[in-house]
Design a protein around this ligand. Structure first.
Ligand code: URA
Length: 434
């Protein structure tokens, strides 16, 4: 068997068997198969898809490519959470502390930004001193002592996904059901939790543009999870417009802190309560409704904010940022994007908005690009809002780009302004699959 034959087979539309899938995953992880051959195979998978037997085989080969975290020393039902990715999606920063404050241990392994979407690890890395690469022993002891730890895919956890994720990010092979499902579920299986809540995003800012595709992805992942004894549930949520107002790493942490202070945008708060409620429900804390109520209480009584502070301190970060946002690295340059005409914001092309934030430095253009944690966009207007000619729609920030022309010309195609109000945003929570 050679990698050439495997690429050829997938290119010509045939199914790969378990042995071929193991061959390419193990060879790639060992460094025996080069990026260019794997890129070609990824593109063939992207174009021709994978069937119901190939996807679990790929997932398990990726999960087995490294270590499995052993959470058995931690009491209780351990529940994980994963989002398929969106623009302005900072829910983990709120949901994990809520769930931990309710007494359910959260051992969360998160990812970096992918394509036009942000990643929890990049957001946490924007907190001065915060270490997202703690050793596994510290990760486990923080879950035991604080009830919560969030780290990047430590050491040798699903290394196949780590390599493939970075390669897909720069080869236009992200938004494919087989590749997303195997990427997410391999990490979830290796991360060792008992249950997982999946936030499957749909809409222009998501990888899955239609609700049908999102439901299909959710069902594929639920099937994989349940086949290996991982209790898996999913939420289908709207990503046709960004979550909250802030896009970019430190900007999003600040918005998440606002929610933890029981303030902040209503859409972000609503989805966080929903996700936390679902996690508590899988941890058998009560009915779904009772669990959502419990989550709301921890936001209102400050329990979740206290947990977030403990999280920052236990991972070496400066928790004074909670009360003093100027302690984040500050952007050197800023510029307003203003409306060229008056009317109502009727559409926000969210993927393009995410890409504009990337060009400011909030995301990676190549595998090795450095992130500017201060970069990003704060929306001043969202769907349904009235805007006057010359009024600010969004503020742009960067420390590495002083010329905003590229981002501004991208934003020219992001906001649709109509003279009549053409409807409000889609419903935020589209489906719950428990
Ligand atoms: N999130 C992941 O972890 N993997 C993907 O492929 C997409 C979103």
């Amino acid at each position: 068997m050679t990698m050439y034959e495997i690429i050829q087979k997938k290119r010509d539309g045939y199914m790969l068997d378990e042995e071929e899938i193991e061959f390419f995953i193990n060879g790639y992880v060992r460094g025996e198969i080069p990026d260019y051959q794997v890129s070609a195979l990824l593109m063939a998978i992207f174009i021709n898809g994978m069937d119901k037997s190939e996807i679990p085989a790929l997932t398990l080969a990726m999960a087995r490519s490294g270590d499995r975290v052993d959470l058995s020393s931690i009491n209780g039902i351990k529940v994980d959470k994963h989002s398929t990715g969106g623009v302005g999606d900072k829910t983990t920063l709120v949901v994990a502390p809520i769930v931990a404050a309710c007494g359910v241990p959260v051992a969360k392994m998160s990812g970096k930004g992918l394509g036009h979407t942000g990643g929890t690890i990049d957001k946490l890395d924007s907190i001065p001193g915060f270490n997202t690469s703690i050793p596994i022993e510290d990760f486990l002891s923080n879950v035991r002592n604080v009830g919560l730890a969030i780290a990047g895919q430590t050491g040798n956890l699903a290394p196949a996904d780590k390599k493939l994720y970075a390669l897909r990010d720069v080869t236009a092979t992200v938004n494919n059901t087989a590749l997303i499902a195997s990427s997410i579920m391999s990490k979830k299986i290796a991360a060792g939790a008992d249950a997982v809540v999946l936030d499957v995003k749909t809409g222009d800012g998501a990888f899955m543009k239609t609700e049908e595709e999102a439901v299909n992805l959710a069902k594929t992942m639920i099937e994989i999870g349940r086949s290996v004894g991982l209790n898996t549930a999913a939420l289908i949520s709207d990503m046709d417009t960004p979550l909250g107002y802030s896009i970019g790493n430190s900007l999003e942490v600040i918005e998440a802190i606002e929610i933890l202070k029981n303030r902040g945008p209503e859409d972000l708060r609503a989805i966080c309560i929903e996700l936390a409620g679902m996690m508590l429900y899988l941890a058998k804390k009560g009915t779904y409704e009772a669990c959502k109520h419990m989550a709301m209480q921890e936001l209102e009584n400050g329990g979740a904010l206290k947990k977030f502070k403990q999280l920052i301190e236990s991972q070496g970060g400066n928790s004074n940022i909670i009360d003093d946002y100027t302690l984040f690295s500050q952007p050197k340059y800023s510029m307003s994007f203003v409306a060229k005409e008056k009317g109502y914001i009727s559409k926000i092309w969210t993927e393009k908005l995410g890409r504009a934030a990337m060009t400011l430095g909030a995301g990676r253009a190549t595998k090795d690009s450095l992130i500017d944690y201060s970069a990003g966009i704060i929306l001043k207007k969202k769907i349904g809002d009235k805007v006057e000619t010359g009024e600010c729609i969004a503020e742009l920030y960067s420390s590495i780009i002083s010329d905003f022309n590229e981002a501004i010309s991208m934003l020219d195609n992001v906001f649709e302004i109509t003279s009549e109000l053409l409807g409000q945003r889609e419903s935020l929570i589209k489906k719950v699959i428990i």
